[in-house]
Design a protein around this ligand. Sequence first.
Ligand SMILES: [Zn+2]
Ligand SMILES: [Zn+2]
Length: 140
Amino acid sequence: MPNFTEIKGSCFCGANQFTITQPAVDTHHCHCSICRRLQGAAFVTLSIFPRDGFHWTKGGDLQTYNSSDKVHRNRCKNCGSPLTIDLDAMPNVIAVSRACLDPNADPGQPPETLRHAFWPDRAPWLEGAETLPKVAGFDK
Ligand SMILES: [Zn+2]
Ligand SMILES: [Zn+2]
């Protein structure tokens, strides 16, 4: 993708910051039960980048939890933000929490990779969420 511009991201507290200089090869919304529980979310959006293009500009010393012997999930030691995932099966890439990229950052993935992964495992309580009232703050 010739038009990719460098993007940045960080954890919530800012102790860990990174830049990415190559576009994502894949972005998907993961609905698997492991991602959901480990990130405390209905689903988790992950962008997968070439490892060569991922650079820590601050911090980078993370807490690692091995959700299997081949999948290593890395969080900020201070604020707990889930930042990256290392996959033994794919050593040349790094999975990054899409929500930890700057809000306007475009990961640059091929659009055909966007999909809902592990859709049959999705949280049942998400059903119908798109049609619920949409309010500012906690207003009812
Ligand atoms: Zn942090
Ligand atoms: Zn998952």
